[in-house]
Design a protein around this ligand. Structure first.
Ligand SMILES: [Zn+2]
Length: 135
């Protein structure tokens, strides 16, 4: 098999994430295999690492997933519903700027800021409450 370029592998992984929404590395590996271009999970992780640094992919720490991102809009908080696995991306500059400032004040050179909140989404919260007060 001819050696595939990093740019080609990046495009394969991005296309898989665009189709899947949010996926684990194993899910991406299965999707690129289904599309006819198999990659090992290690190769997928290597590409995901590159795409996270470039801002093209956002890691979703809850559930160890990844999703496509816009490198021009890096300042977001990811909201993850632990009931339905839904993901909402909320743009914010204040919170991510504060986190970057905090890191810099401790001598960190900031490459990226990942902010995530796990909880119950509005839809799950209104439809079927997990636990009512007083239960
Ligand atoms: Zn939900």
């Amino acid at each position: 098999m001819a050696k595939r370029s990093p740019a080609y592998l990046d495009a394969l992984v991005r296309a898989a994430l665009d189709r899947l929404g949010a996926a684990t590395a194993a899910g991406v590996a299965a999707a690129v295999a289904d599309a006819g271009s198999p990659m090992t999970e290690v190769q997928v992780y290597r590409v995901l690492g590159r795409l996270v640094v470039s801002g093209d992919v956002r890691p979703v720490l809850t559930g160890r997933r990844f999703m496509s991102a816009d490198p021009a809009r890096p300042d977001c908080v990811t909201l993850v519903c632990v009931a339905c696995d839904g993901i909402e991306v909320a743009p914010t500059e204040d919170i991510t700027a504060d986190l970057a400032d905090l890191a810099r004040s401790r001598g960190f050179r900031v490459a990226s800021v990942v902010a995530e909140v796990a909880g119950i989404c509005a839809r799950c919260n209104s439809g079927s409450p997990i636990k009512q007060e007083g239960d």
